[in-house]
Design a protein around this ligand. Structure first.
Ligand SMILES: *Cc1c(COP(=O)(O)O)cnc(C)c1O
Length: 351
């Protein structure tokens, strides 16, 4: 006897990257920030603890105000979410009456949300270099979801390309998921003022070291933000908790610290790419806080398992077209050196 609704009996949920608790791993598998929060931000969270018995501000005015001035976007065009996943869920739930389109290789949550909300979707293959061809998205007649940089390839579209997609979809909504934008892509946030068919989603999880507190933000026209709020107030008006609001506020106010940390991660990424290329790997031109790499000497899954044996976790996807690859999150320099040493060591057996 099952009490579970039949409408969900075939739902395949998202598989998050492992968060193993059995031993200490070097975690290069879920794109978390290796550097963590500054002391200042941690203090701000602690200072707010005395107010945790109160509900947080459902409008999150204080945090939205500082985001508004940092991004030069009106406060009415900004909403906050419990991680950016929550707002992606709302977008599939409430803005896809004509279906959805996204790349065949992209963020694995898109097809899950589509199935959850019975949204018909079609996937568009990346080209043979794993790039998005913008023309494939012209006149889509459905809501478009593009991760920029894309995951797990790290490849980007230029702002000009995004403009072209927007100009050629006047009647369709275009959602740009900028989870990794701070690591070297061009943000489309400022286009919000020009295009009322654009939604830009960002997260505090990667560039802002806040994956554990769940904070995302979305930029769109006043109308779309108001419709998103209709959904949000129908589920959980207190979707962003007090600690996340306090941390977010302190993080936005110390944006130069975020930018410095991102630059460090970019430098370590470039170093790691060079090292892997010396070992004969093919590595995509990633502008994210991870790299995507394949070797002719060892299968993707095998390398993943051998590294796991040595206490280093990376991400392998058992997905057609990319089984040979692994996605490696950028950690601090010490851990990336240990990663490269371990790869060298493993490859010795595969001459
Ligand atoms: C990590 C990620 C997200 C979601 O991050 P949250 O932690 O829910 O904010 C969204 N899109 C992409 C492409 C991601 O990689």
């Amino acid at each position: 006897m099952s009490f579970f609704s039949k409408k969900y009996s075939n739902l395949k949920p998202y598989t998050p990257g492992e968060q193993p608790q059995d031993k200490k791993y070097i975690k290069l598998n879920t794109n978390e920030n290796p550097f963590g929060l500054s002391i200042k931000v941690r203090r701000e969270i602690m200072k707010n603890a005395k107010k945790f018995q109160l509900y947080p501000d459902p409008e999150a005015k204080k945090l939205r105000r500082v985001i508004s001035s940092l991004y030069a976007i009106p406060i009415e065009c900004i909403m906050l979410s419990n991680g950016s996943d929550e707002v992606l869920n709302f977008l599939f739930q409430g803005f896809c009456d004509n279906g959805a389109v996204f790349a065949d290789i992209t963020y694995g949550f898109y097809p899950v949300y589509a199935s959850l909300h019975k949204v018909e979707y079609r996937t568009i293959p990346l080209d043979s270099d794993f790039r998005i061809k913008k023309e494939d998205y012209f006149n889509a007649k459905s809501t478009i979801f593009i991760a920029n940089p894309n995951a797990p390839t790290g490849l980007t579209l230029s702002l000009k390309d995004i403009r072209d997609v927007l100009d050629n979809n006047k009647d369709s909504l275009v959602v740009i998921d900028e989870a990794y934008v701070d690591f070297g892509a061009e943000s489309a946030v400022r286009l919000i003022k020009e295009y009322d068919n654009l939604v830009v989603v960002q997260t505090f999880s990667k560039s802002r070291s806040l994956a554990g507190l769940r904070l995302g933000m979305v930029f769109a026209s006043r109308d779309i933000i108001s419709q998103l709020n209709t959904l949000r107030y129908s589920v959980n008006p207190y979707n962003v908790n007090y600690a996340a609001l306090a941390a977010g506020y302190a993080i936005i106010r110390s944006n130069s610290h975020t930018l410095e940390q991102c630059q460090k991660i970019i430098n370590i990424r470039e170093w790691t790419v060079k090292e892997l290329e010396k070992l004969g790997f093919y590595v995509t031109d990633s502008r994210a806080n991870f790299i995507f790499a394949r070797s002719d000497k060892i299968a993707g899954e095998e390398l993943y398992l051998k590294l796991k044996d040595r206490g280093i976790l990376i991400r392998h996807f058992n997905t057609p077209r990319i089984e040979d690859f692994n996605r490696i999150s950028i950690g601090d320099s010490y851990n990336m050196k240990r990663f490269v040493e371990a790869v060298k060591d493993i490859l010795r057996e595969y001459k």
